[in-house]
Design a protein around this ligand. Structure first.
Ligand code: M6R
Length: 625
């Protein structure tokens, strides 16, 4: 066995992905129950329906699991187990197959096999039917228990052989951590799609679905290559391919530390992450500015891809897609090249028209979103060049794209995306600047001016963060709302989309983002007394038209919160509250506006007594279709 040390690992392999729960495994010298429960707390944002652990004690594998939060699991563990253990696996669930119940919680056991699973086994019903013929019935409704049954059915004393044969029968996405009752102190792991990262230190070996659970132990880690089996022991981690050859995965390093993965005195991660935006922007923008212009040399992104493209397609989901909507505006203004922004889940089934001169830019915080990943694969298949904007190093989208520009936001834990969005805006603007230069559409002086404006967004965001208490007070206007509208024109319409999703996902208030000029073609009939309208009017070119649209909703009784750039005065009757951005070039107003919208969503959810970081039905990383 070779202990896992960074210097032992050379270049790794590039693979693909898919999942939606949090998993962790530990074997070593520490109290495994504590490692697992603490690890699950950090991973809870990946799914929070139920949680469980399994561990080795007195020569047996014991399982404790419950529906509810990791805190409920922690209590149950404290109440029911005084076992001392050094090896175990843990899981926090976002239900896909089988309702939320104790029995459906992970880990699942079949015979000598106990496992946790992240992903979806698509052919589990067929496999269950095969077992049924032999009179073997699962106790839960999950696809994961069937996977445990399959592994157990192949187990004849050689864990790797059983896993190898079992994965040959499974169709779908998975990350498994598996323990065998007669192989104490060892955890086996394999993945197809769903992520798994691992590290070994003097204290033992840890594997998890996300680096946030490993950072307590090390900043160096590796992504388990797909279809390879990791064997974790106290002494190290060995990775084999399915033919038994040892593989050396590529070691990666993160430049953030444990404080980034903790709330650090804030009530919620979302609030902490709103406050982290100036630093995230600084880390993302500044290293890429050389002699006043954008330079992607260190990212390895060549100008050729910009020179040869005559069409740009931006793909992403949710907030990431909304960042693309803002980017489109900057690209088209600077380059006069057609840009379309596509919802990744639609794009992949739309038979899109792509060619070698199309640049497909995918945007994803996690780098694991299944639909976005599929869009990247499709774009590559069709011969387009793929460039991704991703926050998580070594993630699937980053590895599978031709080129990647990382955002340096550090870990984003709250389900509602905040800092990831503003840094995505920064990178997409930088791509537009570099592309404009490469194509000869803008000279160095013009780009230097734009870069200067971009740098000012850091201070702008710093200043808007200080609006905290003002926006908290204003947000009380939404306390009782059941329905509301975000309206804007041009760039502000793109921001309306972002404001609306943020509010919906954490406050559960129904809202719609509308192009302000379009309201009068139908939707204005929904505006009645006191329906709140959040009107964004930061763009001088359409300001007067926008104000007319605000007048229209105001005269029908709407309660209006108006967001404007500095330097405009509005008549007091026009709105209930005006929030004024620090003076910015209009094209860069989205950065400050985004923070205002994040605060509105945040405080509205807080006033309603909701769990801001863990909104119902959602999980951070959406890796199912
Ligand atoms: O990890 P990704 O950026 O690919 O995630 C995309 C969306 O799922 C994500 O932005 C989602 O819309 C957020 N929860 C919104 O706040």
């Amino acid at each position: 066995m070779v202990p896992l040390c960074p210097f032992l690992y050379a270049q790794g392999v590039r693979e693909k992905e898919d999942n939606m729960c949090g998993i962790i495994g530990f074997t070593g010298d520490l109290d495994a129950k504590e490692v697992l429960v603490e690890g699950l707390k950090t991973l809870e944002y990946r799914g929070y329906d139920s949680a469980g652990i399994a561990f080795l004690a007195d020569g047996k594998i014991k399982t404790i699991k419950t529906k509810g939060k990791v805190e409920d699991l922690k209590k149950k563990v404290e109440e029911t187990s005084s076992d001392v253990t050094k090896c175990g696996i843990g899981h926090t669930r976002w239900a896909t197959h089988g309702g939320v119940s104790d029995i459906n919680s992970h880990p699942h056991t079949a015979g000598k096999v106990t496992l946790i699973h992240n992903g979806i086994i698509e052919n589990y019903q067929d496999l269950a039917a095969e077992f049924a013929l032999e009179g073997i019935k699962p106790v839960s409704q999950t696809d994961s228990e069937i996977a445990a049954m399959v592994i157990n059915s192949f187990y004849e004393g050689d864990p790797k052989e059983a896993i190898k044969k079992a994965v040959g029968k499974l169709r779908g996405a998975y990350a498994f951590c598996v323990m065998f009752e007669d192989v104490p102190g060892v955890i086996y792991a394999i993945r197809n799609g769903s992520p798994l990262v691992a590290t070994h230190t003097d204290e033992g070996s840890v594997i998890a679905s996300d680096m946030v659970a490993l950072i307590k132990y090390s900043k160096d880690y590796f992504v388990l290559p797909e279809h390879k089996i990791a064997t974790l022991t106290n002494d190290g981690i060995v990775v084999d391919d399915l033919d038994g050859n040892v593989v050396e995965p590529e070691m990666l390093h993160v430049n953030w530390d444990i404080a980034a993965a903790r709330k650090g005195g804030y009530d919620y991660f979302m609030l902490k992450e709103i406050h982290e935006q100036p630093e995230a922007l600084r880390n993302t923008i500044m290293p890429r500015i050389k002699d006043g212009i954008v330079d992607f040399g260190e990212d390895g992104v060549p100008d050729d891809i910009f020179k040869k493209c005559n069409r740009i397609v931006i793909v992403g989901c949710g907030t990431a897609m909304h960042a693309g909507l803002v980017g489109k505006n900057m690209f088209e203004k600077l380059l006069r090249v057609p840009v379309s922004v596509e919802i990744a889940s639609e794009f992949r089934y739309a038979d899109p028209i792509l060619s070698e001169d199309t640049l497909v830019i995918s945007i994803s915080q996690s780098g694991e979103t299944a639909d976005t990943l599929a869009a990247v694969r499709l774009a590559k298949e069709k011969g387009a060049t793929t460039l991704s904007i991703v926050n998580v190093k070594g993630s699937s989208i980053a590895r599978e794209s031709d080129y990647v520009l990382y955002t340096h936001a550090g870990p984003e834990i709250a389900v509602a995306s905040t800092k990831a969005y503003t840094v995505q805006l920064a990178v997409i603007y930088m791509i537009a600047f570099r592309c404009a230069m490469a194509k000869g559409k803008a000279g160095a002086d013009e780009i230097k001016d734009l870069v200067n404006e971009l740098k000012k967004t850091i201070t702008c965001v710093e200043n808007v963060i200080k609006y905290d208490s003002q926006i908290e007070t204003i947000s009380h206007m939404l306390d009782k709302a059941t329905n509301l509208f975000f309206i804007g024109r041009g760039l502000d319409h793109a921001l309306s989309c972002e404001g609306s999703i943020k509010l919906k996902e954490i406050s559960y208030i129904h809202s719609e983002a509308y192009a302000a000029g379009e309201l009068k073609h139908g939707t204005i009939s929904l505006i009645t007394d006191n329906v709140p309208v959040i009107a964004i009017a930061t763009q001088q070119a359409v300001y007067e038209k926008m104000i007319s649209n605000v007048e229209e909703v105001r005269s029908r009784g709407a309660g209006v919160i108006l967001i404007t750039n500095a330097g405009v005065t509005v008549k007091p009757q026009l709105c209930d509250h005006q929030i004024i951005l620090p003076k910015m070039d209009d094209r860069f107003a989205p950065f400050g506006t985004a923070v205002i919208l994040q605060y509105i969503a945040y405080y509205t959810a807080v006033h309603r007594g909701l769990n801001v970081d863990q909104p119902r039905n959602l999980a951070k990383s959406v890796t199912v279709e």
